[in-house]
Design a protein around this ligand. Structure first.
Ligand code: ADP
Ligand code: MN
Length: 495
């Protein structure tokens, strides 16, 4: 008899085959992962966020945030290793592709600007392989084919570089190590399955942001708005652009007396992925309103600034009586405004709507008027004006999408205006509006300038000369002063 007594439970029988089964192990692993990320499988149907269904997801959200915190630490470690390896060398390698959090998905803390140091495009294509097409090098009897054992061995060793950085390959890369195909393939297999495992986790996160179109931080902010009663329900997505995602929402009750929340709202969420915003620098960098702020800011704050800019520009337009969305509230990179449209259906863009020739003419006259008002009364140039950013609603044209709008004195302001004029002029001329001015006439009509060049090249040259003159003027005076009337708003950011 056993001194510890008889075993009370019989252990569940488990065959050796099971213990050894990779298949089973993978399944179990997957099961566990799925349990850890259940929301990917069950994407919420129906309203995007309502007062009722959110509380169940907030625990999850917290969990996700913790996960992100962890990922961020992991990335920080990666960055440190990257730095250590690169030192002061002019040639550097990047671990960017192995990061868990891509810049901007991360809710990095206010003061964390580390990743700004990396200027690499995290989505760039893999570097091309160098195997010659023909499969051999050399001439005559010195020919070496790609199957040559030594060449192949070295190449295999070099290819280990492509493995994830956490995959220990030793210092074989540094010495003249020749890996046989067999060994290399085994290593590769292992490296890839490791990578796939981490990619699977990564993908889930990416998916979840793609399907819901917002990151947890944004979701939380939206949730707060609903929770506070400011919004009744966020019903769904109207548009996903390169730079923003727009949602529809039913308005709730205002917390402050003086503010009325429109029955239907549009929520513009400025995308917190840096990529698309990189090429927008020129709009904001040279805008004197933002000059002092730009250099000091980290990119996440710059994105908030886009939202802020749109808010200020919309407010100016509102004050001038130009039909445009009315600002409800700005929260970080989220701008809530009135919805142009009805019953969740957004008003059609001018490019999509079919108008009678009478309405089309009316639309043209209105657009001309609005451009003048925008310039003279708001001291703004839209800078992305086209049939895509004009909505037809209630028998008139509404202007939207003004985050990139600049003041005419912006170093490229007049060029932007000219581009706007070209878009508008071409659209209405194509639409058969006989009264439509050509782009040069329109430019003069809007700006009040009198550029006489009768061809586009000269015209553009004069525009640039004017901009240059104005720029010199600004430099000399150290402040805004120019051929432009400046009875528009005072600079907003001078306080
Ligand atoms: P983007 O920078 O992505 O072009 P927009 O401000 O142009 O951002 O918005 C994208 C789309 O969302 C618009 O084309 C329009 O259809 C819709 N949209 C934006 N704002 C509103 C609004 N206030 N009311 C109704 N629809 C809107
Ligand atoms: Mn747009």
């Amino acid at each position: 008899q056993c001194p510890w007594g008889a075993p009370t439970t019989t252990s569940i029988s488990c065959s050796l085959a099971d213990v050894m089964s990779e298949q089973l192990a993978k399944e179990l692993q997957l099961e566990e992962e799925n349990a850890a990320f259940p929301e990917v499988v069950a994407v919420a149907e129906g309203p995007f966020i309502t007062g009722e269904n959110t509380d169940t997801s907030s625990d999850l959200m917290l969990a996700q945030m913790l996960q992100m915190e962890f990922d961020r630490e992991y990335d920080a470690q990666l960055r440190r290793e990257e730095k250590k390896i690169n030192g002061h060398s002019k040639v550097s390698i990047s671990f960017e592709n192995y990061r868990k959090v891509h810049p901007y998905d991360s809710d990095s803390s206010e003061d964390e600007v580390d990743w700004q140091d990396t200027r690499h495009d995290p989505y760039r294509a893999d570097k091309p392989t160098t195997t010659p097409r023909k499969g051999f090098i050399g001439k005559g009897k010195d020919i070496t084919t790609k199957h040559d054992e030594v060449v192949c061995g070295r190449k295999n060793t070099a290819r280990m570089e492509n493995f994830a950085p956490e995959f220990q390959v030793g210092d074989g890369i540094g010495m003249d190590l020749k890996l046989s195909n067999q060994v290399f393939n085994a290593l590769k297999q292992h490296a890839y399955s490791e990578e796939r495992r981490s990619a699977r986790l990564h993908e889930k996160k990416e998916h979840s942001t793609a399907e819901k179109a917002v990151d947890p931080k944004t979701r939380l902010l939206l949730y707060k708005m609903v929770n506070a009663g400011m919004l009744e329900t966020i019903t769904g997505c109207i548009s996903t652009g390169k730079e923003s995602v727009v949602f529809h929402a039913y308005g709730g009750i205002s917390t402050t007396e003086d503010k009325v929340i429109p029955p239907e709202c549009a929520i513009k969420v400025f995308k917190t992925t840096l990529n698309e915003f990189k090429n927008r620098d020129k709009y904001i960098k040279d805008d004197y309103r933002f000059k002092d702020r730009f250099s000091k800011l980290n990119p996440r704050k710059i994105i908030r600034m886009w939202a802020e800019k749109e808010m200020h520009n919309l407010t100016r337009m509102q004050n001038a009586g130009i039909p445009c969305p009315q600002v409800v509230i700005l929260k970080k990179h989220i701008l809530v405004m009135s919805f142009i449209g009805q019953d969740q259906v957004p008003a059609p863009k001018l490019k999509d709507v079919i108008l009678s020739s009478e309405d089309m003419k009316k639309a043209y006259c209105q657009v001309l008027n609005m451009m003048q008002q925008l310039y003279k009364e708001c001291n703004l140039v839209h800078a992305d004006l086209s049939e895509y950013n004009m909505l037809w609603h209630d028998g008139k044209v509404w202007l939207i999408d003004v985050s990139q709008s600049v003041e005419p004195t912006h170093p490229h302001g007049l060029e932007f205006l000219f581009r706007d004029c070209r878009n508008v002029s071409q659209f209405f001329q194509k639409a058969g509006v006989a009264e439509a001015l050509n782009e040069r006439e329109l430019f003069n009509a809007v700006s009040g300038l009198n550029i006489t060049a009768d061809n586009e090249v000269d015209f553009q040259e004069e525009i640039e000369a004017l901009e240059k003159m104005n720029e010199d003027h600004v430099q000399n005076q150290g402040k805004k002063l120019s051929m432009f009337s400046s009875d528009g708003d005072p600079p907003i950011y001078d306080e």
